[in-house]
Design a protein around this ligand. Structure first.
Ligand SMILES: NCc1[nH]cc(CCC(=O)O)c1CC(=O)O
Ligand SMILES: [Mg+2]
Length: 353
């Protein structure tokens, strides 16, 4: 018997001449709505679930003490001084969120052409890593590797004559990864999209004996308008000159995403990421199906801002839109999601628990 979509084709072609005892009822053998008739029935056939294990929570850091600053374009998201970041790490632990990602707002006076603050072993990120690891060694910490929070021009790499230098940048990124790993960071996440950086970072870590430090490669990262609010948060929106299209991917491409991911896996990535998230769910699915690697998606700042802004205006149900958007990543095949909604979603999951 030929099977297509789980039901024998022959059966679908047989019409039921007996009809039904109910007047005006259509003569339907198959009524998909039966499996949706009650919440218990929907739960039985549900294909995907979101749990707190799927969440990675990105936090923004700022210099100072006992300081929390609203990010205007990301309602509900704040820049936190290190002591406050430690408090949020505690909150993440209590909510069973496995991992936090750290992003610094660097004081303008510390930014320069070369992004030299990136390799300062006592920069804001390293301070936060040490402080969080000291109090909560059990929580996972992920650090971004790229120069944009530290450069006066807002680019992820070194520039000469208006061009981003690949190989010279990679050398600096290795040093940045090393100061973060030495501070206690668990997962190094290169977000710069230079060629060859995963291999170079892996080699640098291994040579320093940091064999257990993982690499989550921003493998398929697109040049996207959805990063706008993030650039506000880290203070690079105003200073960024031009765009990032010579290193971040063209949003028209998805075969290219597979080639990028393949390279990063070959270079030693333990996990791969697609970014942004919702507009690139097709890429998440292709990556997962092709490589069967731990695959993550980044629901970026602009995606967060859209939902938060519409919810604040009363234009949609913010909580439901949040949960639906997060579940969509699971349906697309992602093993986890970096999301600014992480604490809110985890609270909601606990309340449902
Ligand atoms: N390279 C840095 C970096 N790491 C994460 C994001 C964006 C995250 C977000 O929008 O939430 C960016 C911005 C960019 O590439 O311009
Ligand atoms: Mg690449």
């Amino acid at each position: 018997m030929a099977i297509k979509y789980g039901r024998p084709i022959e059966l679908r072609e047989v019409s039921r001449h007996e009809g039904t005892a109910v007047p005006h009822a259509l003569d339907l053998t198959v009524r998909p709505r039966r499996n949706r008739k009650a919440e218990w029935a929907r739960r039985m056939v549900r294909e995907n679930v979101l749990t707190t294990d799927d969440l990675i929570w990105p936090l923004f850091l700022i210099d100072g003490n006992n300081k929390r600053e609203q990010v205007a374009s990301m309602p509900g998201v704040e820049r936190l001084s290190v002591d406050q970041a430690v408090r949020e790490a505690e909150r993440a632990m209590k909510l069973a969120i496995p991992c936090i990602a750290l992003f610094p707002y660097t004081e303008p006076s510390l930014r320069d052409e070369e992004g030299s603050e990136a390799t300062n072993p006592n920069n804001l990120v390293c301070q936060a890593v040490r402080a969080i690891k000291k109090e909560f060694p059990e929580i996972g910490l992920l650090c971004d590797v790229a120069l944009d929070p530290f450069t006066s021009h807002g680019h992820d790499g070194l520039i000469s004559d208006g061009k981003i230098l690949n190989d010279e940048t990679v050398a600096v990124l290795v040093r940045q990864a090393l100061v973060q790993a030495e501070a206690g960071c668990d997962i190094i996440a290169p977000s710069d999209m230079m060629d060859g950086r995963v291999a170079a970072i892996r080699e640098g870590l291994d040579r320093s004996g940091l064999l257990d430090v993982q690499i989550m490669a921003y493998a398929a990262k697109y040049a996207s308008a959805f990063y706008g609010p993030f650039r506000d948060a880290i203070g690079s929106a105003k200073t960024l000159t031009g765009d990032k299209r010579t290193y971040q991917m063209d949003s028209a491409n998805s075969d290219e995403a597979l080639r990028e991911v393949e390279l990063d896996i070959a270079e030693g990535a333990d996990m791969v990421m697609v970014k942004p998230g919702m507009p690139y769910l097709d890429v998440v699915r292709r990556v997962k199906d092709t490589f069967a690697m731990p695959t993550f998606a980044y629901q970026v700042s602009g995606e967060y801002a859209m939902i938060a802004a519409a919810a604040n205006n009363g234009w949609l149900d913010g909580d439901r839109a949040m949960m639906e958007s997060l579940l969509a990543f699971k349906r697309a095949g992602a093993d986890g999601v970096l999301s600014y909604f992480a604490p809110k979603a985890a609270e909601k999951l606990r309340a449902q628990g």
